[in-house]
Design a protein around this ligand. Structure first.
Ligand code: AMP
Ligand code: TRP
Length: 322
């Protein structure tokens, strides 16, 4: 019987250490919503393949991401956790959808346009990225997809593809909605730009105290004297700090001219306090690889059950099986 809760589906690519932007922009929402939603969280390792990682790198990043999920607080008793590559239906569905989307439509995707603008050579996997992502979402009759703001267009693509399929072959897919926390739009990195694995401006979530200290010390400060900036929101330092400590006291300290050095010291303390319980939880799972493997196997069973049935229905609807 289908649960009366709304179904939530999301995930991240295993492409390097996750940072506090990933956590506050996406992962935290997965954790916060796991009690109220029928939650499926996966590791998008087929998507990671588009960046052509080495075999060892991909395996290592995949292993780390599942530990990050568990460390951040996803509870395997409540959430279906699985690897995309353990569910062949994702690739099968992508092939069906590929025939419903046109090349100009895919050329309008932000990710494609960015790569194009930078003159990067693009592989077909990257070009098709939004279609694979639509399959991920649509296979599970997903209601909501919590993601960071930069993924909004991808969820719109999933909705478009669902509508197109339903129109052409009859109702098979629910129309999913993105879930974006407006006030946690984009978390800035240490240089004030969007925090991103590819800009080298991150504060990793599961870092050592030394790494956290180094990253915080490198956060840009304003060229103005500290006491000339009255509004804390103008400071990159505060824009990051408020995620770890949203107290009025902290805001007032900043407003009253708290020095950059002291503010950084306080931020380091606040980050370490915040991540310590997560680190401990992550450590527990890292020391029990068999337990982690079992979680992924259970997840894959459950995901395959649902996804294979959907592929079967779709194959029937389009005339691939009778
Ligand atoms: P990525 O590492 O780019 O695959 O991102 C994984 C998830 O984290 C996506 O839902 C992104 O939207 C989100 N995300 C990545 N960077 C940031 C950021 N700086 N601020 C907010 N959300 C982010
Ligand atoms: N594209 C997402 C990102 O970069 C990862 C992803 C792949 C995803 N498939 C998904 C997220 C399905 C939500 C739902 O973060």
């Amino acid at each position: 019987m289908k649960s009366p809760k709304l179904r939530l589906f999301s995930g991240m690519k295993p492409t390097g250490r996750i940072h506090i932007g990933n956590y506050f922009g996406a992962l935290k929402q997965f954790v916060d919503l796991q009690d109220t939603h029928d939650t499926f969280i996966f590791i998008a390792n087929l998507h990671a393949l588009t960046t052509l990682p080495t075999k060892d790198q991909l395996l290592e990043d995949t292993n780390n991401l599942i530990l990050d999920y568990l460390g951040a607080g996803l509870d395997p008793e409540k959430v279906t956790l699985f690897k995309q590559s353990d569910v062949p239906a994702h690739a099968s569905m992508t092939w069906v959808f590929n025939n419903l989307v046109t090349v100009p439509y895919l050329m309008r995707a932000h990710a494609y346009k960015d790569a194009e603008a930078k003159g990067k050579e693009l592989n077909a996997g990257t070009f098709d990225y939004p279609v694979l992502m639509a399959s991920d979402i649509l296979l599970y009759d997903t209601d909501v997809v919590p993601v960071g703001k930069d993924q909004k267009q991808h969820v719109e693509y999933a909705r478009d593809i669902a509508e197109k399929f339903n129109h052409q072959y009859g109702e098979q897919f629910k129309l999913p909605k993105e879930l974006i926390l407006e006030d946690t739009g984009i978390i800035p990195g240490t240089d004030g730009q969007k925090m991103s694995k590819s800009y080298g401006n991150t504060i990793p979530l599961f870092a050592t105290d030394e790494e956290i200290t180094k990253a915080v010390m490198s956060i840009v400060t304003d060229s103005r004297e500290r006491n000339e900036v009255k509004n804390p929101d103008e400071l990159v330092l505060y824009q990051i700090h408020k995620y770890f400590n949203d107290s009025v006291e902290l805001r007032n300290w900043y407003a009253e001219g708290l020095g950059y050095g002291d503010a950084k010291k306080q931020l380091i303390k606040d980050i370490i306090t915040f991540v310590t319980p997560m680190r401990e939880r992550r450590e527990h799972f890292a020391n029990n690889p068999k337990l982690v493997q079992d979680i992924l196997i259970q997840g894959a069973y459950k995901a395959n059950d649902i996804a294979m049935k959907k592929v079967f229905d779709v194959y029937e609807a389009v005339g691939l099986t009778s």
